[in-house]
Design a binder for this molecule. Sequence first.
Ligand code: C2E
Ligand code: MG
Ligand code: MG
Ligand code: MG
Length: 286
Amino acid sequence: EAKKDRRASIKMFQPPMLFSRQLHNQMAAELRDAIAAGEFTLYYQPVVELATGRIRGAEVLVRWNHPERGMVMPDEFIPLAEETGLIIDLGRWIMRTAVLAFARWRTVIPLEDDFRLRVNLSVAELQRIDLVDYVREVLRDSRIDPAQLVLEITETALVTGGDVETYSLLSLKSLGVDIEIDDFGTGYSSISYLRTLPVSMVKVDRSILAGTNGDISRNEFIAAVLQLIRAAGLEAVFEGIETKEQVDRLLAMGCTSGQGYYFSRPVPESELLELLGNSVSLPAPA
Ligand code: C2E
Ligand code: MG
Ligand code: MG
Ligand code: MG
């Protein structure tokens, strides 16, 4: 009963109250309960080979299946989870659930060896000295090839990185997993600095690609970003691909992989398995 009242009261508060300490604490408590109650679910968005539409991997994207509010998107609770430290428990659940799911898929469908599971990591997770032990444990329990796991870390998290973050990156790398810089192009970081980090891939933020159709200067900008990543010896993945024009442009620039609504939205596990099992190639340029 008390729980119901609390939730009802949350809905009555409008923006002026939004950041009150009390509401913050209520939401944090609700998030904590939700983790204990297992109210989270994982969606998967295919990462494809642009030229063929062949699925080369999937990014794990968490959703909160809220009993009253329905599906809550990560932008609405990940920041709070980070602020309260709850991201540690949530992140562990995400990593374990996703990697074990992946291990299961491999027993029911023939996945190509270059298929890679991509899991997002928050900076708070990277700051934990025991992160690497946990990842090692999940790899051992799932018996997946570490090379098939990619950890996505936002550019801003990497730029502010201290000793523990660097230790985590190097240790993860030595486990055999790959690190990808996520949301590249939003953090004002210098590529020469990023080059010093043990990363092998760069995911270009969708804002770089957005609104590009027919805009020549924007195309030159994208080409320059791609050049920069290549010159640093890193592999580029473009996110937020929504149109065929964008695919064609990226292909013309020599970009090989990406993800976006044009190919597939993030889908529940059952739908991903259908896409993979039917070896359905997602739309690719004719
Ligand atoms: P992200 O890692 O950059 O993930 C990409 C986001 O772009 C996803 O939003 C995805 O649904 C969306 N997206 C993909 N293709 C398109 C497209 O063609 N057009 C547009 N407009 N959007 C597209 P989502 O699922 O809402 O996730 C938002 C962010 O929340 C993620 O950004 C990531 O930073 C964070 N997040 C999601 N899942 C996790 C998680 O398991 N752990 C952590 N730490 N963060 C997560
Ligand atoms: Mg990501
Ligand atoms: Mg991203
Ligand atoms: Mg993002």
